[in-house]
Design a protein around this ligand. Structure first.
Ligand code: PAF
Length: 298
């Protein structure tokens, strides 16, 4: 079983490393300087474990039995185009709404498997990632069926001692994660604070609740039925990850593009598509765009 991690940044490298440690044949596909450092000196994982792993790398996709896609949401379409010449199943473990739909447009419905993860990883320096938190991987067929391949993928993560769950409603799981992200990510990025601070400052706590409630209303209007309250879950995640710098804050601090389009941006677009408004999500979206440098200056 050859597993390709397409988009081996912090999270992809961690997942690839854990699979490699359990004996799977893994190839990490990504960009220099991270990928070239792994090629030269191996992948260093610190934090919850301390290992350096010799894992094959590539700058372009290769033939594999399973592709795990961990590219940033704004790179989903180009990654999908690059995967067109192969025929392995593609499991998306990305942030935001709409990745699976983009993949299905480019690759056809059959190849695409939905997923979300709450495993935590940070890029320390090229070739070195920090394993910051054990989480969960939730996977599911887009049509909700429990297929042989979904059982097989679940078995792969179980063998790698990772927490995995199969969902018969992966769309709901993707929205649940997006609601967590639509609150914690922009607010931490705008205020420049760790996740836990959102619970300590009353105005941030109030905004966190309001932006998530608004996103929940849009999801429900779209026909999503949640198996738990995504707003309460957001508060739990903020508490559990109180010491984390969210991925969006890290992107802003490092001058990188954020995933705001696929998170709050997608919630606003969805709202408009059903004739509704999402003003709080829209305000946070615009503020993060300012932080990204797209502040309308001409
Ligand atoms: O994007 C992130 O940073 C994470 O998904 C989360 C859960 C908000 C924790 O920092």
């Amino acid at each position: 079983m050859k597993i390709m991690i397409m988009g081996a940044g912090a999270l992809g490298s961690l997942i690839g490393g854990l699979l490699h440690l359990s004996g799977f044949e893994v190839i990490l596909v990504g960009r220099p300087p991270h990928i070239s450092e792994i090629e030269r000196r191996g992948l260093k994982i610190s934090g919850k474990m301390n290992v350096t792993l010799k894992i094959p790398t590539s700058l372009t996709p290769v033939e594999s039995d399973l592709t795990i896609l961990t590219v940033k949401s704004y790179d989903t379409r180009s990654a999908a185009k690059a995967l067109r010449e192969f025929d392995s199943p593609v499991l998306s473990l990305q942030n935001g709404i709409g990745n699976e739909e983009t993949l299905m447009e480019e690759l056809g419905g059959e190849r695409v498997i939905g997923g979300v993860t709450s495993y935590g990883a940070l890029r320390v320096e090229p070739g070195h990632v920090k394993y910051t938190g054990e989480g969960e991987i939730v996977i599911g067929e887009m049509n909700g069926k429990i297929t042989e391949r979904i059982m097989m993928i679940s078995e792969i993560f179980t063998r790698a001692k990772m927490n995995v769950r199969i969902s018969e409603d992966i769309k709901m799981e993707i929205w649940k994660k997006a609601i967590v992200n639509c609150g914690i990510n922009p607010l931490t990025a705008i205020a420049g604070v760790k996740n836990g601070v959102l619970l300590e400052i009353s105005s941030l706590r109030k905004l966190l609740r309001e932006v998530c409630e608004e996103a929940k209303r849009i999801a429900e209007a779209l026909g999503i039925t949640f198996d738990e309250d995504p707003v309460e879950r957001t508060f739990e995640v903020a508490k559990r990850t109180s010491e984390n710098f969210s991925s969006m804050l890290q992107d802003v601090l490092n001058g990188r593009r954020t995933e705001i389009d696929a998170i709050n941006g997608e919630i606003v677009r969805t709202a408009h598509s059903i004739g509704a408004q999402a003003p709080i999500n829209e305000a946070l979206y615009r503020l993060v765009k300012v932080l990204e440098g797209e502040n309308g200056r001409t």
